[in-house]
Design a protein around this ligand. Structure first.
Ligand SMILES: Cc1ncc(COP(=O)(O)O)c(C=O)c1O
Length: 383
């Protein structure tokens, strides 16, 4: 049996919540969706939440809401899942990649300004591994240049920034509920905002761009069957089955994050004596990570050993991963003309990292095995 790098935590309460929907009349487009949206908005301290079929469709929904289109640029980080910028490509916009900080792997805010042009529409910072980016500095820059901040917090539900929950700070915040994330709905995502205009657009966008609400119609309704398609939307709906799971999971979010934090503290303490391993920075009073991932950096005698270490750990039943290869390394982006060498720190970051297993149900015995396997590999190498 392999210990995975991440996995869901599902209890009898979650199963009962889904079963109740299965026995009800509405599997989709029922009451659970709005209940989940309200619970999410309340948890994060935002006015509105729109749930979607995935984090990817949530990103697309947010980009569409702000009118991102051909000729526009967005500024983001290359250390992320490619969906962050793919969704901008669908809108015809151009992603511009800015390098990362060496300590956290998050976007280097000091470098953003030089990439802002007259075409820039939005800054899309990624809370990589669940750790909030420097939102105060990013918001200030965005205000100075009249840009929208769309925070890709797919990895950061449950994190806090200066005591405020992620989801309540940026113009729009995007979450994912994939099974390895803070909470799961199987697949799923959400966009949070305080802006009512964007909220209304997003509610329509996720369901074909249609509306039935009498106040929104262009003519007075001829009958109860009548609806209007007013914008080009999609079917990005989350089902009621998934929303019920989300509501149940959300109740346990703080508990999940606390458990992740406990495991992180154990990892960092156990690996502190390894000169060739850089452990991630601990939480501070300004930033508390959701600890989606525990990413270590290899240095010294472990430099250049990542592939060998990855293989060895996998063979030993430790399901390590690498998060993330740079988005612009993918052939699709290379064909678009993005050049290697553009973000040297991000490129060095990618070469040196490995993610160790981290999820709420990881047992201490399994974690001890991971630690021992990592240390055995490091100690097997000559100085
Ligand atoms: C930073 C980031 N952005 C976007 C996504 C896409 O989310 P999803 O897999 O729910 O579509 C993910 C998840 O893989 C992610 O980690």
């Amino acid at each position: 049996m392999i210990i995975p790098y991440g996995r869901q935590s599902i209890g009898a309460d979650d199963i009962a919540a889904v079963e109740a929907v299965l026995r009800s009349d509405r599997l989709t487009q029922g009451p659970k969706v709005e209940e989940f949206e309200q619970a999410l908005a309340e948890y994060c301290g935002a006015r509105f939440a729109v749930v979607t079929s995935s984090g990817t469709s949530a990103l697309h929904t947010a980009y569409a809401a702000v009118g991102l289109s051909a000729g526009d640029e967005i500024i983001s980080s290359p250390i992320t899942f490619p969906a962050t910028t793919n969704a901008a490509l669908w809108q015809g916009a151009k992603p511009v990649f800015v390098d990362v900080e060496s300590k956290t792997g998050n976007i280097n805010v000091d470098l953003i300004k030089a990439s802002i042009t007259s075409k820039t529409k939005a800054i899309v910072p990624v809370d990589y591994t669940g750790r909030p980016v420097n939102l105060a500095a990013i918001k200030k820059l965005a205000q100075q240049h009249n840009l929208v901040v769309i925070e890709d917090a797919c990895q950061a539900l449950g994190a806090t920034y200066h005591g405020k929950k992620i989801g309540s700070i940026s113009d729009l915040t995007v979450f994912s509920f994939h099974p390895v994330k803070s909470i799961t709905t199987g697949e799923g995502g959400a966009v949070l905002t305080d802006n009512e205009n964007w909220y209304k657009k997003m509610k329509m966008f996720v369901t074909h761009g249609v509306t039935k609400a009498p106040d929104n119609l262009t003519i007075s309704s001829p009958g109860a069957w009548y609806f209007e398609m007013q914008l080009l939307g999609n079917n990005y709906r989350l089902t009621d089955l998934q929303a019920a799971l989300g509501i149940s999971q959300l109740k346990k979010l703080d508990q999940f994050v606390a458990r992740r934090r406990e495991l992180v503290t154990r990892y960092s303490a156990a690996l502190a004596d390894q000169a060739a391993i850089v452990t991630p920075p601990a939480d501070s009073t300004s930033e508390e990570s959701a600890w989606h991932l525990y990413v270590i950096q290899l240095q010294g005698k472990l430099s250049g050993q990542r592939a060998e270490m990855f293989k060895k750990l996998q063979e030993s039943g430790v399901g390590v991963q690498v998060h993330h290869m740079l988005s612009y390394y993918h052939p699709y982006y290379q064909k678009l003309g993005y050049l290697r060498g553009a973000c040297p720190r991000a490129e060095a970051w990618y070469e040196s990292i490995i993610s160790l297993p981290l999820y709420p149900d990881l047992t201490l015995a399994d974690q001890d095995y991971v630690i021992k396997t990592v240390k055995d590999f490091a100690e097997s190498l000559q100085k």
